[in-house]
Design a protein around this ligand. Structure first.
Ligand SMILES: CC(C)(COP(=O)(O)OP(=O)(O)OC[C@H]1O[C@@H](n2cnc3c(N)ncnc32)[C@H](O)[C@@H]1OP(=O)(O)O)[C@@H](O)C(=O)NCCC(=O)NCCS
Length: 204
């Protein structure tokens, strides 16, 4: 199916979160998320555009670019708002690997003050639902640095299977012996999603 023909929900709800695409006007709250998390993101998210946000305008431009990317179905950035407080507590992204299979990849970060509460596990499960149910994924992948134990735990808690190891992918994240670290590659197949999370509807 052509990517423009998929029906995309305006928001995804979990027990404690609302996940939705960014929209014009989210810049101010996004600016504070970025400012609060630069050190937190540096080790394992060195390429995250949030690190380049230095002003309110930078943040507003970025959320509008994310909104445009969502509309064009190029990449799906979602903010995760905590229902109880209305605070923006995390970001989850679904990246396109291959529309023909289709295959997607999930990425994420949580605000450092909201780490250890299970928000990412909840958000990744929503991203899996979005990928398998809305985008008809055949498989979803997740890559994380071997030293990023918290992230590996997210993958395993959500039911991803460790499929491989990409060696020496990071010069700026070193092992204890000084050598370059690598990335674990995790994957989840459509059939595995159904086993873990329930059957997909006939047209899904
Ligand atoms: C990787 C990262 C997202 C993990 O965040 P996290 O808060 O540990 O992940 P979760 O939101 O799933 O929370 C899980 C933790 O909350 C605890 N928790 C508390 N309440 C919970 C609940 N209701 N449900 C599930 N877990 C809960 C779990 O026990 C778990 O703690 P543990 O790992 O010490 O056992 C975070 O460390 C981060 O943002 N790092 C920087 C960016 C980054 O590395 N991104 C990933 C690149 S691949």
């Amino acid at each position: 199916m052509h990517k423009m023909l998929f029906h995309l929900p305006a928001r995804l709800e979990t027990e404690r979160l609302v996940l939705r695409p960014y929209q014009a006007g989210d810049g101010e709250v996004y600016y504070h998320l970025c400012q609060n998390n630069k050190k937190h993101l540096l080790p394992f998210e060195a390429g995250n555009p949030a690190l380049a946000v230095n002003t309110l305008d930078d943040a507003e431009i970025l959320v509008r670019e994310y909104a445009a990317d969502w509309a064009a179905r190029n990449i799906f950035f979602m903010g995760a708002w905590e229902k109880a407080t209305q605070a923006l507590v995390a970001q989850v992204v679904v990246m396109v690997i291959n529309w023909n299979l289709p295959e997607f990849a999930v990425g994420y970060f949580v605000d450092k003050d909201h780490q250890g509460k299970g928000f990412i596990t909840e958000g990744v499960k929503a991203a899996l639902r979005f990928s398998f149910e809305c985008l008809k994924a055949q498989r979803v992948r997740l890559e994380c640095n071997e030293i990023n134990v918290r992230s590996s735990r997210v993958a395993e808690r959500c039911g991803f299977v460790r499929e491989g190891f990409l060696r020496q992918t990071h010069s700026h994240v070193r092992r204890a012996d000084g050598s370059f670290s690598g990335d674990y590659l995790y994957g989840m197949l459509r059939a595995e999603y159904e086993t873990l999370y329930g059957s997909l509807s006939a047209e899904a």
